[in-house]
Design a protein around this ligand. Structure first.
Ligand code: SF4
Length: 280
């Protein structure tokens, strides 16, 4: 069912070696003020959150509120590539963004936080993405295997302290994965949860020191699945077994009819997010 066969058209020739200025896509959206040629950064390449950058983020986020996800991605690539990256857990929204990036900027580095606890169906999608789009999603792993990690902590940390487990197996790894980057794309939608309802299209991610772009913030679940169906975009086989949101296997269950789409994540616990998309 997820074996897409249609090949995409040749990727558009977005170059990463030119000055960072507003391109025709951004200009076509209207009201874009000229951007600084290069955002301020530290000597080791970290983005500095200046007043100018704050103003730019605020202005562009408002301007892109009515833009399509493709337009948002094009603006992001023009503004930040090659220091633009994307993290994916191979969820339906992430697969939609990968599908779009395959056409807009296939050279965008995309990575997965491979905690060691992912479902085999999730890992299989990496191979499907490679086959379908020619994109090799990089697997970023913690320093320890799950066996070493559990041995160090006297058993599975996801049972006793899932926040710590997410921090060690995801947050720390993401921090290392984005060294040298200035912007990252997230696949969150505002209607997924109250936590995500206020996500801007473009925002400052204080936790990771990056500009965070959420091209699908305004999309609905129906729009995501509509595009998946229309283009036969690959998706996780577990979605056909009642799993609406998929993370690590110890912290994910299928949902029942009428339940919230994220109800199967950390079910029975107060935890609702791994921390990648929360402010603190
Ligand atoms: S989702 Fe569960 S298993 Fe995965 S890192 Fe977080 S607590 Fe650990």
């Amino acid at each position: 069912m997820n074996q897409g066969s249609a090949l995409l058209t040749a990727p558009s020739a977005i170059r990463h070696d030119r000055p960072l200025t507003v391109g025709p896509i951004a200009s076509a959206l209207g009201d874009a003020a000229p951007l600084a040629s290069e955002p301020a950064q530290t000597s080791d390449g970290k983005l500095v959150f200046t007043d100018e950058l704050a103003a730019e983020i605020s202005r562009e986020s408002a301007r892109l509120e009515t833009a399509s996800p493709e337009e948002i991605l094009r603006w992001t690539v023009e503004r930040f590539a090659p220091k633009f990256t994307m993290a994916t857990a191979f969820g339906p929204e992430g697969m939609v963004l990968i599908h779009m990036l395959a056409e807009i900027a296939p050279q965008t580095p995309i990575f997965n936080l491979d905690t060691g606890y992912q479902f085999k169906e999730t890992l299989e999608l990496r191979e499907e993405v490679k086959r379908r789009y020619g994109i090799a999603v990089e697997m970023k792993r913690p320093a320890t295997t799950i066996e070493q990690y559990e041995q160090q902590h006297g058993g599975p940390v996801y049972r006793t302290n899932p926040d710590q487990c997410c921090f060690d197996r995801k947050i720390k790894v993401l921090n290392e994965a984005v060294v040298g980057m200035h912007a990252w794309a997230s696949a969150i939608r505002r209607d997924q949860s109250p936590d995500r309802a206020k996500a801007p299209i473009v925002g400052w991610d204080k936790k990771f020191g990056l500009v965070k772009v959420s091209p699908l913030a305004n999309w609905t679940k129906q729009q995501v699945w509509g595009l998946i169906t229309k283009h036969n975009i690959p998706y996780n086989a577990l979605h056909d077994q009642g799993y609406t949101s998929i993370g690590c296997w110890p912290c994910t269950r299928a949902v029942m009819f009428g339940e919230d789409e994220r109800a199967g994540r950390w079910s029975g616990k107060t935890k609702t997010e791994c921390g990648l998309h929360t402010k603190d």
